[in-house]
Design a protein around this ligand. Sequence first.
Ligand code: HEC
Length: 106
Amino acid sequence: MKFRHSLLLAGVASLLATGVWAQSAPTPLHVRATAAMCANCHGTEGRTVEGSAIPALAGMPKDYMIRQMNAFKDGSRTATVMHQLTKGLTNEQIETIAGYYASVKR
Ligand code: HEC
């Protein structure tokens, strides 16, 4: 519980740090805020630095991400952290997040 809380706070902090509120973005804030949970590890807007061991999320096809998230959630895909994380997300949140990252340019 504590772990999830700090992830959420970190997500909000990185949202502020990247100044997304200053942009006239068409993406609703709640969508960005939900997707920002992932920025701590997967990079701002899902862009990782070159050579990162963590996969980038930017531009990942929606269907692929939903399948991976569900596989982490039900344990059919092994993970170090993603299985824990996905257990805290509803199907609706996964859908929202996957839609967001699919729309982000690589
Ligand atoms: C604490 C760090 C961390 C956070 C936060 C995190 N991830 Fe991950 N993610 C990882 C790691 C590490 C992997 C590699 C699999 C593993 O070991 O868990 C991974 C793998 C993935 C994969 C598989 C990529 C592929 O190429 O198949 C997807 C999809 C993914 N994460 C999505 C997300 C989403 C969406 C969020 C936000 C809800 C998120 N992650 C938050 C660390 C993180």
